[in-house]
Ligand binder design. Structure first.
Ligand code: 26V
Length: 799
């Protein structure tokens, strides 16, 4: 949009008066933020309305992205950037003596997601709008987001994230569009005299779902999409039998808390209720819109809408859509099924078996009696139809209902026309191993969509310094088309460009060093290698491998106090699920090791270990630009894709990684010499499983370096871990090291050494940095969503 600085200043000052009866000299930071957000909202609301009208009139097919998590972070700068007014607003505020960054920091992170899955959903929301694709998010407006992490005596402590206390300027509550969702009670079918079986209900619990719409503003275009988040409320005309406090409390709880675990399936009733709640509300809203606005016959609905099931949490979309078609719109069963499969598509985000959702049949039957009937009928018909075609074994292995449980992945695959993994390796594993039986039956449904990141947030917003260097080297077209970063390659031997890249990185490192000083009280040297591992704490991600390497370096120094090594700052950021005991023990160990090393005068600042508390999107925006190295060291086959790997690459950090997830594609893109690769391949890992011949204790017994490092966990070398130390030690020895940490250790140390060697050659290092940035275009989520649009959803961009 066009906006003059003068106009902006007027608008802002005026808004401070109308909203708070104050002026810029007297307003507090919260008031300034609220006024600025309100001005920005005013700027995009006309575009939003116009785009809504365009969508309604053109009736083009739209996607609805159902996700139980979104992780957008802060929205102010992203909205400013996408509206094309970030520099104007920054300068205008400066004229008024206000620092934009100081206002932006006031906005709480919108953290209604755990990690990779939720962040991907938000990157997609940005990219869908920015590529002009007509799409909507659908989720839950949790009153409390992901817990805030404090570190107390080295331990993780969880505090509530009450992010709505000062209101949320971006959302629009739409009470007029509230929808009822029903649970429990009894259901039976009655003949209507014309041969139709009509469900009759008794004693159902009613919940009101109120939508809150948040605009997703496209980058310098005219698209504004919508992310709809549902809040649960008690219906105004509540049935007498439910008028009690317990019911009120239960209803409020539905949209109260985000489940803080993303690694362990845990079949709690409230979680199932949340899943049905946002699925039913979302699909009902779609149906209403279809009838009020699209007004096409119901049997054409697949030409107008696509529904995406983001992991299995929204899998109830399949039976709920069937229910709406069959029960509410009188579509015959077979036709309804055909439409459902055409409308639905599904993404798998993990192969960890402990994360795969299964719900006890009894629970589904009690909570959602009609949905249960539909699932049983789907399973029955499919079994009957497929048995003669593919045989009993395949049918049995792929049934929706097995052993008294409803398998949500099976339901999602069977009820949709597309199942995709999130990186090549992961998609291959789904086809060849994990979902192979499904692949045999429905080969045409399987495909890969390698993840991507909203590059605007991770470069233009998070790393203005680097962005400026890039602009001044190759011009600004990369800001619209990330593939143009490739133009940088022409400068890989240009000393001036390399020096400027280096200087930008140094500035970013200084900014992080200041934050570390402020938050952790630790002084770090910005000349040191900033070696970063930031992601959820999980055994398979192997933060422990990183820790063992740090201990190795520490003992090297203790053995040889004059050791010549490039100084390193090891930076960690990670939340552990509150119930994940082992992960919390690792956090405690990292903090104790940090204390031990940072305070040992003999180390002479050659190693610093920093655990930054409360890792979230905003902190990532400061840490990642400052990284020299990104640690992507999961056991091969376990990390479906990873997306921080792409953020590091885009910011000129080199990847230290295993052949896992999207690392492989990153290695291919950046070329030999520009990354550090180590560790088992997925085939080697699977061979160990097959032959059952891994023996971690042997490695411990036979490798004196490993022996000494592991002993440090149990012999008092690392202080204050008398509970955690033995737990970690045992996991690696007695319990045979589930994620092959000891097996990969030696090769990891080798790769780390070659990293150090390259870092000593500043020019060579910076050149590798440039090659990473230059080849990151492929990892823009603009590319990813375009692929979804073309291959899965069949939707077209505006214009
Ligand atoms: C799983 C579960 C399991 C049951 C309890 C609640 C819960 C909540 C979320 C999840 C999803 C975990 C899956 C996930 O986050 N996968 C990550 O997805 C990223 C985006 O595709 C990908 O880059 C990461 O490699 C993958 O771990």
């Amino acid at each position: 949009m066009k906006l003059s600085k003068k106009q902006f200043k007027q608008d802002f000052e005026q808004r401070l008066i109308t909203k708070f009866a104050t002026d810029v000299t007297k307003a507090g930071p919260q008031e300034k933020f609220a006024a600025l957000a309100s001005v920005v909202k005013n700027y995009y609301s006309k575009i939003w309305q116009a785009d809504n009208e365009y969508k309604d009139e053109s009736k083009k097919k739209q996607t609805y992205y159902f996700s139980i998590e979104f992780l957008p972070g802060k929205m102010l700068k992203s909205n400013l950037l996408n509206l094309g007014i970030l520099p104007t607003v920054r300068e205008g505020l400066e004229d008024l003596g206000v620092d934009l960054d100081e206002i932006a920091i006031i906005e709480p992170d919108m953290a209604i997601g755990n990690g990779g899955l939720g962040r991907l959903a938000s990157c997609f929301m940005d990219s869908l709008a920015s590529t002009g694709l007509p799409a909507n998010g659908n989720g839950i407006r949790y009153r409390y987001g992901l817990f805030k992490q404090k570190i107390v005596d080295g331990y993780q402590v969880e505090l509530p994230d009450s992010w709505l206390d000062n209101g949320n300027p971006w959302e629009v509550r739409r009470s007029d569009k509230a929808i009822e969702v029903r649970f429990g009670g009894e259901v039976w079918l009655e003949d209507d005299g014309k041969g139709n079986l009509i469900p009759q209900y008794k004693n159902q619990e009613r919940v009101l779902a109120v939508p809150y719409d948040t605009p997703m503003v496209g980058y310098e275009n005219t698209t504004v999409n919508n992310m709809c988040l549902w809040r649960s409320e008690v219906p105004k005309d509540l049935d007498l039998q439910f008028q009690n406090l317990e019911y009120m409390r239960q209803t409020a709880m539905l949209s109260s808390e985000l489940y803080p675990d993303d690694s362990n399936y845990d079949g709690r009733l409230l979680r199932l209720k949340q899943e049905y709640f946002f699925v039913s509300a979302g699909l009902q809203r779609i149906m209403r819109h279809y009838h009020s606005t699209i007004k096409a016959p119901i049997n054409q609905i697949a030409e107008y809408i696509a529904v995406h099931i983001n992991d299995t949490h929204p899998a109830l979309c399949v039976p709920e859509f069937m229910r709406l078609l069959v029960d509410e719109y009188n579509v015959p069963w077979d036709r309804a099924w055909d439409l459902t499969v055409k409308v639905m598509s599904y993404t798998n985000h993990t192969i960890l078996s402990e994360a795969l959702e299964k719900w006890p049949e009894d629970m589904v039957k009690t909570l959602l009696p009609r949905i249960y009937q539909i699932i049983v009928e789907l399973d029955r018909r499919r079994t009957a139809e497929l048995l003669p075609k593919v045989g009993a074994t395949l049918v049995h292995n792929t049934r929706i209902i097995k052993d008294g449980q409803i398998h949500m992945a099976n339901l999602s695959i069977i009820g949709s026309h597309s199942t995709n993994g999130v990186a090549k390796l992961h998609s291959d594993l789904l086809k060849d191993v994990e979902l192979h039986d499904f692949y045999e039956i429905y080969p045409e449904r399987f495909n890969n969509k390698t993840n991507g990141i909203a590059d605007r947030r991770w470069s233009q917003i998070a790393n203005e310094r680097l962005s400026t260097v890039i602009d001044e080297t190759i011009g600004k077209t990369w800001r619209h088309n990330l593939n143009d970063l490739k133009l940088l390659e022409a400068y890989k031997n240009d000393t001036e460009t390399l020096e400027r890249l280096d200087a930008a990185k140094f500035d970013d490192k200084q900014r992080l060093a200041e934050l570390i000083k402020e938050r952790n009280g630790i002084t770090v040297n910005p000349e040191a290698i900033f070696d970063v591992q930031v992601k959820r704490l999980h055994a398979y991600k192997r933060q422990l491998l990183n820790v063992l390497h740090i201990l190795k370096l520490y003992f090297d120094i203790k053995d040889n106090p004059e050791l010549d090594m490039v100084p390193r700052v090891f930076i960690f950021g990670a939340k552990a699920a509150p119930g994940y005991h082992y992960a919390k023990s690792i956090i405690k160990a990292i903090n104790e090791i940090a204390g031990m090393i940072n305070n040992d005068p003999e180390v002479k600042d050659r190693i610093k270990v920093v655990f930054m508390e409360n890792y979230n999107v905003s902190l990532a925006e400061v840490i990642i630009p400052a990284a020299n190295v990104g640690e992507q060291i999961s056991l091969a086959s376990k990390e479906a894709s990873g997306t921080s790997n792409m953020k590091f690459m885009l910011n000129g950090a080199l990847t230290m990684g295993t052949l896992d997830g999207a690392n492989i594609e990153i290695f291919d893109a950046v070329g030999a010499g520009n990354y550090f690769k180590f560790g088992l391949t997925k085939d080697e890992v699977y061979a160990y499983y097959k032959n059952n011949n891994y023996n971690a204790r042997d490695i411990y017994e036979q490798n004196p370096v490993i022996h000494r490092i592991l002993d440090a966990f149990i012999d008092g070398t690392i202080p204050n871990i008398s509970m955690e130390g033995p737990e970690i030690f045992d996991s690696l020895t007695t319990y045979n090291d589930e994620y092959f940490v000891l097996r990969d250790f030696k090769d990891y140390v080798r790769a780390q050494k070659s990293l150090e060697t390259l870092y000593r050659d500043k020019t060579a290092w910076t050149k590798a940095t440039l090659m990473n940035i230059a080849n990151s275009g492929r990892f823009s989520s603009d590319r990813t969503v375009r692929e979804y649009a073309e291959d899965i959803w069949y939707i077209k961009p505006k214009q």
